[in-house]
Design a protein around this ligand. Structure first.
Ligand code: SAH
Length: 393
């Protein structure tokens, strides 16, 4: 196996099991390492540090996935990692829930690999050179471990550009229906894993949907950035009086409509508004609307640190709008899936909005991602989903 040597003053981070090794940390590398290949990282003295995937074209040149020298990191080992990942999720898949994340990238020691299970089908993306190189092995292992009927790859070219790969051929296997009926928290969804966003459904909000729906009984609810209606349907199941769902995607709202009927919810209890959420929130204020429970689940508003300032303004604007739309003692949930925004920053933004709204706001609960999106302690970047539940008096 080929080796790379880590600069003496950079070895600490590798020893602390952070999986990213940047190009600047590498003192030298053996000749002719192919992009995607598995390498050993060693210290200047030649001591073993970790095994990792190498890609000369990525700023993160090595993604470490094993820190035990005696391991043999071959294809069998990759299959074993898939087995471990699937076994970890056994408790999540129940009568009530037949979809979840099976592989969460570095947190499952398979960097670049995201795989979701949808009631007998796998939807996956392979976002690094190594993930692309080993994708067939990983998909075969996923299909056999879960007894799935088929798989579809949903890799986006945006990720692969950073890896120096300009063209992707998304692969599929078995027969994938246009829409797959899945179940989560006992609710049926008509999921679109072919054309839908990401891998087709946002499984990372499963536990937060349950928590938010606990506040919904007999309430009027506003689900902002609803996508296919995860929070909407949980609220309706928990006896919400009425839910208004806002999203810019008409396809997503079509899925919501179809799931409404699959669950037997009366259309009178729900209204969809297709459009820009920021503008729609302003319109609803102009109409003097009030809601008892408001969920704000925007897309990644800060894709990088450079966009953080603009993102914070946007987070503040939606919180301020929600505070103005909240009835007395209303409850608001704000989520952020931007890595660049931590929970303290999110609290700060809510504080600014509370001052501008002139209302008393109480932080009730802090929220994160469920256990099928594991947070690896030595990799803080894996904790990407943050949320606050707060009340407005
Ligand atoms: N709450 C959803 C997930 C939201 S993902 C769930 O539980 O499944 C973010 C959503 O925001 C996507 O559906 C996307 O279509 C929508 N979106 C992105 N920009 C928007 C905008 N400016 N206005 C309204 N919706 C937007």
């Amino acid at each position: 196996m080929k080796s790379i040597v880590i600069h003496e003053n950079r070895k600490k981070s590798v020893m602390n099991r952070h999986p990213w090794i940047y190009s600047g940390s590498i003192k030298s590398a053996d000749k002719n390492i192919s992009d995607g290949e598995i390498i050993r990282a060693v210290t200047v003295q030649g001591e073993f540090l970790c095994y990792g995937f190498y890609n000369s074209r990525s700023k993160i040149t090595v993604r470490a996935f094993c820190w035990e020298e005696k391991t043999i990191p071959d294809e069998n080992y990759l299959q074993q990692l898939v087995k471990n990942s699937v076994a970890k999720r056994a408790k999540i898949l129940t009568e009530e829930t037949d979809c979840c994340r099976l592989v969460f990238s570095e947190s499952d020691f398979l960097p670049g690999v995201i795989a979701d299970f949808y009631n007998g089908f796998i939807s996956a993306s392979f976002n690094t050179a190594s993930a692309q190189l080993y994708k067939k092995i990983i998909l075969d292992a996923l299909v056999s471990e879960t007894d799935s009927e088929g798989f579809i790859e949903n890799t986006s070219s945006d990720f692969l550009k950073k890896e120096g790969i300009s063209e992707i051929k998304n692969i599929s296997g078995g027969s994938i229906p246009d829409f797959i009926q899945i179940r989560e928290n006992g609710i049926i969804y008509d999921a679109d894993i072919i054309q839908g966003q990401k891998t087709g459904f946002y499984a990372d909000q499963r536990s937060n949907r349950r928590i938010a729906s606990g506040e919904a009984s007999e309430k009027t609810v506003l689900d902002v950035f609803s996508y296919s209606g995860g929070f909407t349907l949980n609220a309706l199941k928990n006896n919400a009086m009425h839910v208004t769902s806002i999203d810019s995607s008409s396809q997503a709202l079509d899925r919501l409509k179809s799931s409404m009927s699959l669950n037997g919810f009366s259309v009178q209890r729900q209204t969809s508004i297709q459009g820009d959420a920021f503008q729609t929130l302003r319109n609803l204020q102009a109409e003097n609307r009030k809601y008892d429970l408001i969920i704000l689940d925007p897309p990644k508003l800060a894709p990088s640190r450079h966009s953080l300032n603009d993102a914070l303004k946007a987070y503040k604007e939606i919180n301020l709008s929600a505070m103005r739309l909240a009835s007395d003692n209303g409850i608001i949930f704000i989520f952020s899936c931007s890595q660049a925004v931590n929970i303290e920053t999110l609290k700060e933004v809510v504080r600014w909005a509370a001052v501008d709204a002139g209302r008393d706001v109480f932080f009730l609960r802090y929220l994160s991602q469920p256990e099928d999106h594991p947070v690896l302690a030595t990799f803080p970047e894996s904790e990407y989903l943050k949320g606050i539940m707060y009340s407005v008096i």
